[in-house]
Unconditional design. Structure first.
Length: 263
């Protein structure tokens, strides 16, 4: 049994004392690597959240994302949240209404929501760009944080907000602020594993930092994969495969007896 997983109370006790590390992961290998590296928190969306992922996540505190748009009613969210918790989620991510968040919290389910740039609602703040760069916009973010507090949320993802704004908000709220592109004043630093590993090509968010070049390695492996398949096809065509070492033998007398019976 896992005994060293942090609880919501543990995370709250760490607020203002040290920054947490958080990664969005999608595979068992990523979850295992994060656990081995001592990452504090993982974000995993519900379609890939399984008992195997819980085991792979080890001592990491896991936030399970409930899919906005695929879930609609409060009952949808409640069933999905309970399902996630039964598997071992430590909290759920919910970008639904304050009313839904409040009802989930009333059931004792730890809920993390989202402020600042909210991808599923970005049209309201001008698209995929920073939020909070004016006093009015920054105050709107703060108001949203207070609304989430009142709704009973335990935390919020704080995405692409000026660092000074994020720092002031984080120290004035009881919510655990999970910063993504929000500077060092948030309570956690949250990145996508695919950005950390360099799996993506093309546009990367300003706040993303790449530590490895997995994309180049995947391209190299794909080249090797194609070459191996081509060599296999060529061996079949030339008769080089299968060779004697790839087949099962039979004693001559047994084969002769087999042929006699056939004939």
């Amino acid at each position: 049994m896992i005994t060293n997983r942090k609880t919501v109370a543990d995370l709250r006790a760490l607020k203002g004392k040290r920054q947490l590390t958080m990664l969005y992961v999608e595979t068992l290998d990523e979850a295992r690597a994060a656990a081995a590296a001592g990452i504090d928190m993982l974000s995993i969306i519900q379609p890939v959240w399984t008992p195997q992922m819980r085991e792979a996540a080890g001592d990491c505190f896991v936030q399970v994302g409930l899919l906005y748009g695929e879930l609609c009613t409060y009952e949808d969210y409640l069933r999905a949240a309970h399902s996630a918790v039964i598997i071992g989620a430590d909290c759920v991510y919910c970008a639904a209404s304050l009313d839904t968040i409040s009802k989930l919290a009333a059931e004792g389910i730890p809920v993390v929501s989202h402020v600042g740039l909210i991808p599923s609602k970005a049209t309201w703040t001008g698209g995929f760009k920073a939020v909070g760069k004016t006093a009015a916009s920054a105050l709107a973010v703060w108001k949203h944080v207070k609304e989430l507090e009142n709704a009973g949320a335990m935390g919020a993802e704080l995405e692409v907000v000026p660092d000074r704004v994020a720092a002031e908000i984080s120290k004035r709220t009881s919510l655990i602020m999970l910063g993504m592109g929000a500077g060092s004043g948030a309570d956690a630093q949250y990145l996508f594993a695919e950005d950390v590993l360099g799996c993506t090509r093309g546009h990367k968010p300003r706040h993303a930092k790449t530590y490895r070049d997995f994309a180049a390695e995947y391209e190299r492996l794909q080249t090797e994969r194609i070459a191996a398949f081509e060599e296999f096809a060529a061996d079949v065509s030339s008769g080089a495969y299968p060779a004697r070492e790839h087949t099962v033998g039979i004693a001559d007398q047994e084969f002769d007896a087999f042929l006699q019976e056939l004939n």
